[in-house]
Design a protein around this ligand. Structure first.
Ligand code: PLP
Length: 446
């Protein structure tokens, strides 16, 4: 993959004409100068440098750029369940910073123990042990190592177009050309299959029964698959498999002695209207990876939760990360979990998500250029007819103070903080719908 042919699966691209025009219209000299300095020192890479603009503050549902412009943030890298700079989270981090600012490995600490106890308490089924680590990618890497250790097998099945992180092991199970191309040999035994709803076989979306049958075929033919790993709900394009699909996959994994690993890194902790998305499916995986918002939108933290019986690596180094039991990360996480509980944000996500979705679905039906709106909780996707329109809608929304990302080229991916107020919801819907209408009108006019 090169700069001339960007892959649009994971996000909107940073070298587009649309972005350049937006920057020409919007940015002042000081911002341009900083973007230039950024590009001089950071490696350029797709999805980030060169960057969109320069931020200087964030608070609640808003980001603020250097020019004082505020953006309602419906992206947040899916890390802002409790909004930005939540006072309870900041207070907890500040207190811990003055008490135990770092915990070297070999030692443990109270925030880490309390967080681990809280997470296994919240987690469904028998997910009763965990490891903490500094990134979602790493949590998935731990899951892969544990799957190998506990099954004595190394093969995995995952979805084409999936994203599970940017490291070599994560891109081996991932399926995005943007990350895999030009990387040479990846991990052996990583088998990708098309996801239900994908258009891998032509115009018609693949049915979930077909995908299950094909998975069974692969499991039988290989005979020694260690694990099936996937997001229960694709967070970028908001593809939501039906409940029987994951129930069927759970049975399939059990029949073939393979572990079921769910990557819920961007969709855990209330995002979809459940503490964990697997609860929507009534399915408990053997391993559950979470991250992003776990750090309260302040610090990096992720976790690999496993069921009883997978605690088999006592004589092996599995995690071993410098910031494994980060006191500050754990303090932030504990505070964020309490905020989610105290403010009933899981329920709020479910209720507000339903309301927003039904309004966007009604709107989608009234607009020819909008294919559909779909979602679960405050994880909502609005699919536009073309990538060009999607991109112009994004830059129009940014101009009017609403930020989100585009996935798969055509899906506007909307992930507001779960703390978002009713007024902010109204404002976001108004900016979004007006931008879509205006963009489609200018399309017809030209
Ligand atoms: C589904 C999924 N898995 C894993 C990751 C990697 O998480 P991190 O960026 O914290 O390493 C991401 C990040 O976007 C993700 O969306």
């Amino acid at each position: 993959m090169n700069e001339q042919s960007p892959d649009r699966t994971e996000g909107d691209i940073n070298l587009s004409e649309c972005r350049r025009k937006w920057q020409d219209r919007t940015l002042n000299e000081q911002t341009r100068d900083l973007l230039f300095r950024d590009e001089q020192v950071f490696l350029r890479q797709s999805l980030s440098t060169p960057c969109l603009t320069v931020l200087e503050a964030c608070n609640g549902s808003y980001l603020q750029d250097l020019q004082g412009k505020q953006y309602l943030d419906f992206h947040g890298n899916s890390a802002h369940q409790v909004g930005y700079g939540h006072p309870k989270v900041l207070e907890a981090v500040e207190e811990e910073m003055h008490r135990l600012s770092f915990c070297p490995r070999r030692f443990t600490n109270l925030p880490a123990i309390e967080l681990a106890e809280k997470l296994v308490d919240l987690a469904p089924g028998d997910l009763s042990k965990l490891l903490l680590c500094p990134a979602g990618t790493v949590a998935n890497g731990i899951a892969l190592k544990l799957a190998r250790l506990c099954t004595g097998r190394f093969k995995t099945i995952s979805f084409w177009d999936a994203f599970h992180g940017a490291s070599l092991d994560a891109i081996s199970i991932g399926g995005e050309a943007l990350f895999r191309n030009n990387m040479g040999p990846l991990l052996p035994g990583c088998i990708q299959i098309p996801a239900p709803g994908s258009h891998a076989m032509g115009e018609e979306p693949l049915g979930w029964e077909e995908v299950l049958s094909y998975t069974e075929f692969v499991m039988k033919r290989e005979g020694d698959v260690a694990a099936f790993i996937a997001e229960p709900l694709r967070c970028t394009t908001v593809e939501i498999p039906p409940v029987p699909f994951w129930k069927g996959m759970r049975e399939l994994c059990d029949r073939h002695d393979a572990l079921l690993i769910f990557d819920e890194i961007p969709i855990c902790l209330g995002r979809t209207g459940y503490w964990f998305t697997c609860e929507h499916y009534g399915v408990v995986p053997d391993i559950l990876c979470i991250g992003k918002g776990l750090g309260g939108g302040v610090l990096p933290l992720a976790a690999t939760l496993v069921r009883d019986g997978l605690d088999q690596g006592a004589a092996q180094a599995i995690g071993h990360y410098t910031h494994e039991k980060s006191t500050l990360g754990c303090a932030a996480a504990l505070a964020a979990l309490h905020v989610i509980e105290d403010q009933q944000l899981v329920e709020r996500s479910r209720i507000k998500g339903k309301e927003i979705l039904s309004r966007l679905q009604e709107f989608a039906e009234s607009q020819n250029g909008v294919v559909e709106a779909r979602g679960l909780g405050l994880m909502i996707g609005v699919e536009m007819a073309t990538a060009d329109v999607a991109e112009r809608v994004l830059y129009s929304c940014l101009e009017h103070g609403l930020s989100f990302k585009i996935s798969g080229g055509t899906t506007l991916t909307l992930t507001p903080p779960l703390t978002i107020s009713d007024e902010e919801i109204e404002k976001a819907i108004s900016i979004l719908c007006t931008s879509i209408i205006k963009t489609l009108e200018s399309d017809y006019a030209s």
